[in-house]
Ligand binder design. Structure first.
Ligand code: AR6
Length: 162
């Protein structure tokens, strides 16, 4: 069962959280800023060895001071009106994160609403992409969590899941 929760993703005690990063992997605002603050400065030092990350791709990092064991960094597309492959790129963020977690035998994973903050992807289509991908892997994980930050986003996720 997909769990929809509303909390700060950095507080989750879980195998892996997904971070909505940028291509540098060197930190930023939004959930990325929160992840770097909670994980501590070792995350930045580690990320400098990763050589960045392409849009739609993933890179793995330890959780350092987080309650989560691992951080799956992914880079969502910047919304440019929907004609620049944004849908397929956002789907890739979810599928590649899930496939990486499967390959590492993680049993628990939590996602933020990738690209829907600073990168401007409209919440409803983004949520459909997220939930469709997560549904495919529902039975592969013991916990698969959509972690919303706002009450409004939680409502959209719940309505579209129902
Ligand atoms: N826990 C869970 N969700 C959060 C948290 C949190 N602590 N903080 C924010 N969100 P955004 P993007 C939600 O902007 O759109 C960064 O600067 C937020 O409310 O974090 O993919 C990166 O470095 C929204 O629903 O990510 C990139 O430059 C969702 O997380 C850029 O932002 C995603 O919003 C990426 O933009």
């Amino acid at each position: 069962m997909i769990e929809i929760i509303q909390t700060d993703i950095t507080t989750l005690e879980i195998d892996a959280i997904v971070n909505a990063a940028n291509t540098s992997l060197l930190g930023g605002g939004g959930v990325d800023g929160a992840v770097h603050r909670a994980a501590g400065p070792e995350l930045l030092t580690f990320n400098k060895t990763l050589g960045g990350c392409e849009v739609g791709q993933v890179k793995l990092a330890p959780g350092f001071n987080l309650a989560a064991d691992w951080i799956i960094h992914t880079v969502g597309p910047v919304w440019q009106g929907g004609t620049r492959g944004e849908t397929e790129l956002l789907r890739s963020c979810y599928i590649n994160s899930l496939e990486l977690a499967v390959s590492k035998s993680y049993r628990e994973i939590a996602f933020p609403a990738i690209s829907t903050g600073i990168y401007g992807f409209p919440i409803e289509p983004a949520t459909n992409i997220a939930l469709t991908a997560m549904k495919k892997y529902e039975h592969t994980f013991t916990r698969i969590i959509a972690c919303c930050f706002s009450e409004a986003d939680r409502g959209v996720y719940q309505a579209l899941l129902d």
